[in-house]
Design a protein around this ligand. Sequence first.
Ligand code: 3SL
Length: 233
Amino acid sequence: MKRNIDVCLSPELIGLYDLKGKIVVVVDILRATSVMVTALANGAKEIIPVATLDEAKSYLNKGFLCAAERGGAQVEGFPLDNSPFSYMNEEIKGKPIVITTTNGTLAITKSTTADQVLVGAFLNIQAVADYITKQDKDVIVHCAGWKGKTNMEDTLFAGALVELLYNSHNLACDTAHLSLKYYQSVKDNLLETVKNSAHAKRLNKLHVIKDIEFCVKQSTYDIVLILEGKKLI
Ligand code: 3SL
């Protein structure tokens, strides 16, 4: 029997979904989940996503390597920012990394009643799809959006994942259809489309255009990130 795939377009809406028994794939293309995938693919031991700066500070005080972003910028006092390029070096190898971001880590912490929480990005989308097709579970894609609002790039990821799972899953809601049609209408021009998103424009002011180019690359990494307790491994 085919399982269902559903798409939640904002963490503000996740309370409307019953996550029990399901796989939730959390996505924040720009940039939190792209960063997490990059960090683990480049040898970080595990990622500890936390929703608040206070939680991140308490880890920092215990000597953990910590990243903190608010409004796109690195938070003062934290050694790491939210660029994937900051996670491609020896400094992170073998270490747990604590991350708090404006939207991405909040979406993860709001998903924990699911049977399994995965972290998805274009960078590992094929690995996520392959993993899901081996499970006998319904799926919800949880888009982190921006401060409760829907965004373009996470919706595009949702559509791309729906396309990859089209033969194995029923499209359980209108948002699965919407995101699929949207992705299919722009997929040959993904980078240019994402460059026009509100968040890409915000990030441009911070001069991180190369992050945007990197975050729309598809299936660079063959890894699946799964939340085990408080850690993504
Ligand atoms: O909101 C988030 O979680 C961040 O990924 C935003 S930013 O890309 O670092 O600006």
